[in-house]
Design a binder for this molecule. Structure first.
Ligand code: FES
Length: 116
């Protein structure tokens, strides 16, 4: 598998853009880890849907192509800081070919739901 790679842009909390390679079917969290992007506290629960620190904001066009979030993702998103209409958890969203060239943003602030 993993032969298909696309390029995406991730805007970090300091508004710096990182252009990285992403394997189709990996999660956004996997992409952050694989590219050794040093986003403080990003994905601290390692994708177990317990922290909401992996919150990312999509543009509307890409957001509309995503599968609906499951209940546990929705519950965790409710606790995320700076929630938007196009917010998702990076550990739950998988890369698709349609995402080629997209830009996702990290919110300016994060909350670790485990601290609430
Ligand atoms: Fe914790 Fe996604 S990594 S909810």
């Amino acid at each position: 598998l993993h032969n298909d790679k696309i390029t995406i842009n991730i805007v970090d909390r300091n508004r710096k853009t990182h252009t990285v390679q992403a394997n189709v079917d990996d999660t956004i969290l996997d992409v952050v880890i694989d590219n050794q992007l040093d986003f403080e506290s990003y994905g601290v629960c390692e994708g177990t849907v317990a922290c909401s620190t992996c919150h990312v904001i999509f543009n509307q066009e890409v957001y509309d192509t995503l599968e609906e979030p499951l209940m546990d993702e929705m519950d965790m998103l409710d606790l995320a800081c700076g929630l938007t209409e196009t917010s998702r958890l990076g550990c739950q969203v998988h890369i698709t070919k349609e995402m080629e060239g997209m830009t996702v943003k990290l919110p300016e602030e994060i909350t670790d739901a485990r601290d609430l």
